[in-house]
Write a protein that binds this ligand. Structure first.
Ligand code: FAD
Length: 469
C-alpha cells in the first residue's frame, strides 16, 4: 500500500466518515469533503437491523447478511449501539401469524451461533440461545402484575411495560422478543468526528461542496473542484469515493457513468410521553402491510419520555411521490421540490404537528395510553438512496462503474464495513491499523448532546438507555 496515494471521499455521512476513519487509521492520505458543518447529518437511523426482523418481505439471504454486517458494525462502533431488545407484534388484523416468523428466527439464531463459533468476539447480541423468545397470552397476563424495573436485565423484565400497556385484545400471540438493538445517530456523529480529529492522515473539509470532477487522462489523476468559504479550489487525487447519499447521481453525472437507482424521502416523528418519563420500554414493532393504512408501526424509546415513531403509511413515514427513479438523461433521481425544501431548509409547523399526531394515533391503536403523547421536536427525516429498481432491497454496498471510482450506495448503515472491504480490495488498499484512536465516554456524550441541540433536537435523543451502563 503506497502512502503517497491520495483519496478523496465526497460526503461525510456514515458511509464517507467511516471510510475516512478506516483508511485514516491505516495511515492513508484521505481528504473528506462534507457540505454541512458536521458529519453524519443525513437521513436518520435508529435500528441496527441485526437480522432484518423488521422486514418480513426480504429474503433469508438478506436477513443473514444484515445479521453478520450488524455484528461487524457493532464491534467497530460499540458506543453507538443502544442495547434494548425489540418486541415483534402481529395485530389481529394482519393476514399472517407470528408462528410464520419462527422458521426465520430459528435460522438467524443458528447463523448467529455459527458466527460465535468462528470468533467468540462476535457474541455481541447475548447468548445465541436467547436470540429470541416467545410469550403466550397467559405469560403476558402474568407479567402485567409485576412491577416495572428501572434497569431491565432479562427478557421478562423488558416485557413488563409491554404487558402493562398493550391492548391484548388487538394482538396475536405469541409476542416475540428478539435481540434487535438500536443505534444512536448523534453518538455516531460525535464519535466519528472526535476520532477523525485525532488522525493526521485525514484532512477534514466540512462546509465544503464538491461541484466538479475531471479526469486528467495523461497523469491518470482526478481533479476535484470544490467551494469552501465562498472560494473555488482544486486538488488532485488518485481515487474518488462517492459517498454523497441520495445525491450520488450528481457525481455520477459529472463522470458520465452508467447508473440505475432510486431515492426515497421518509420521516420519523419525535414525541414526548409525560406519563412515562422514566420507564424503560423495549423497541416495539407492530407489523402491517407497507403503504396501506395498517402499515408497520415502530415505537422506539429514548430516555426521559421521548419516543420516536415510524408508521409505514402515506400520511406518516411514507409520502405520495416520495419514491423516485433516475431517468435516461440523468443519474440523479428528481425528488419533488417540497422534499428538497424540507431537507435543505425547514418543515412547516402545521405539517410537523399533523404528521406527528397521525403517528401517535397509529401507535395508540395498540398502546391506548400513548394517546396522551405530544410533539417532542421536529421530525427526523431524509432521503435515502436505493441502487437498482427494487424498493424492498435492504442490503447494498458499493459499485465501481469507472476505474479508480467507487460509488457507495448503502441502504442500511450496518452495510458500511462490507462496503469498505470491497473498496479496499478494488483499490488494493491493504494494510494494518497504524493509529488507533481512543475517545472517552464523557467526550462522546458531551459532543453528541451538543450536536443534537445544535440541530434543534432534544439532548435526550443523544443518550442511550441506561440499561447497558
Ligand atoms: C426516515 C429514515 C429512517 C431510517 N432508519 C434507518 C435505521 O433505523 N437503520 C439503518 O441502518 N438505516 C436507516 N435509514 C437509512 C440510513 O439513514 C441511510 O442508509 C444512511 O444514512 C446513508 O448514509 P450515507 O453516508 O450513504 O449517506 P448520507 O448520510 O446521506 O451522507 C451523504 C453526505 O454527503 C454530503 N454531500 C452530498 N453532496 C455533496 C457534495 N457535492 N459535496 C460535499 N458533500 C456532499 C451530504 O451533506 C451528506 O452529509 C433510514 C433512512 C430514513 C430516511
Amino acid at each position: 500500500m503506497s502512502k503517497k496515494v491520495k483519496i478523496a471521499i465526497i460526503g461525510g455521512g456514515v458511509a464517507g466518515a467511516t471510510t475516512a476513519l478506516y483508511l485514516g487509521q491505516r495511515g492513508l492520505d484521505v481528504t473528506l469533503f462534507e457540505k454541512e458543518s458536521t458529519l453524519v447529518s443525513g437521513p436518520p437511523f435508529c435500528h441496527l437491523h441485526a437480522g432484518g426482523n423488521l422486514y418480513r418481505e426480504i429474503s433469508d439471504e438478506q436477513c443473514i447478511k444484515l445479521l453478520k454486517q450488524s455484528i461487524d458494525f457493532l464491534r467497530f462502533y460499540p458506543y453507538v449501539v443502544d442495547y434494548r431488545p425489540t418486541v415483534i407484534i402481529l395485530p389481529i388484523s394482519d393476514n399472517s401469524t407470528p408462528n410464520n416468523l419462527l422458521a426465520r428466527l430459528d435460522l438467524l439464531r443458528d447463523e448467529y451461533q455459527k458466527l460465535i463459533e468462528q470468533d467468540v468476539e462476535n457474541q455481541v447480541l447475548g447468548e445465541s440461545k436467547n436470540y429470541y423468545k416467545c410469550y403466550s397470552k397467559y405469560e403476558i397476563e402474568a407479567l402485567k402484575d409485576r412491577e416495572c424495573v428501572t434497569i431491565p436485565k432479562s427478557s421478562d423484565e423488558w416485557m413488563i411495560p409491554v404487558a402493562k400497556n398493550i391492548d391484548l385484545d388487538k394482538v396475536q400471540f405469541p409476542l416475540i422478543i428478539v435481540q434487535e438493538y438500536g443505534l444512536n445517530l448523534f453518538r455516531l456523529s460525535a464519535g466519528v468526528s472526535l476520532s477523525l480529529e485525532q488522525l493526521d492522515s485525514v484532512t477534514l473539509q466540512t462546509n465544503t461542496i464538491v461541484h466538479n470532477i475531471q479526469k486528467d487522462c495523461i497523469d491518470d489523476i482526478w481533479e476535484v473542484s470544490y467551494i469552501k468559504d465562498n472560494h473555488s479550489h482544486k486538488d488532485k487525487f488518485d481515487y474518488i469515493i462517492n459517498a454523497t447519499g441520495f445525491r450520488t447521481g450528481k457525481i455520477d453525472d459529472l463522470l458520465g457513468v452508467p447508473c440505475k437507482s432510486m431515492v426515497e424521502f421518509k420521516s420519523a416523528y419525535v414525541t414526548r410521553w409525560q406519563e412515562h418519563l422514566d420507564r424503560l420500554f423495549p423497541e416495539i414493532v407492530f407489523h402491517g402491510e407497507r403503504g396501506t393504512p395498517q402499515g408497520m408501526g415502530q415505537f422506539t424509546p429514548y430516555p426521559n419520555g421521548y419516543f420516536q415513531l415510524h408508521g409505514m403509511t402515506n400520511d406518516i413515514t411514507l409520502y405520495k411521490d416520495g419514491l423516485v427513479s433516475n431517468s435516461i438523461v440523468s443519474c440523479q433521481p428528481n425528488l419533488n421540490r417540497t422534499f428538497i425544501e424540507k431537507i435543505d431548509k425547514s418543515w412547516r409547523e402545521d405539517e410537523v404537528i399533523e404528521r406527528t399526531i397521525n403517528a401517535i394515533n397509529h401507535i395508540s391503536r395498540f398502546i391506548p395510553t400513548f394517546k396522551t403523547a405530544e410533539v417532542g421536536s421536529k421530525p427526523l427525516f431524509g432521503a435515502q438512496q436505493i441502487p437498482g429498481d427494487d424498493p424492498t432491497l435492504r442490503v447494498a454496498e458499493v459499485s465501481f462503474p469507472r476505474e479508480k471510482y467507487a460509488r457507495c450506495e448503502i441502504v442500511k448503515v450496518s452495510s458500511v464495513l462490507d462496503m469498505i472491504d470491497s473498496i479496499c480490495k478494488e483499490f488494493k488498499l491493504f494494510g494494518s491499523i497504524e493509529r488507533t484512536v481512543s475517545i472517552e465516554e464523557e467526550e462522546i456524550s458531551k459532543r453528541a448532546k451538543s450536536i443534537a441541540t445544535d440541530r434543534d433536537y432534544p439532548a435526550s435523543l443523544a443518550s442511550r438507555n441506561i440499561s447497558q451502563l
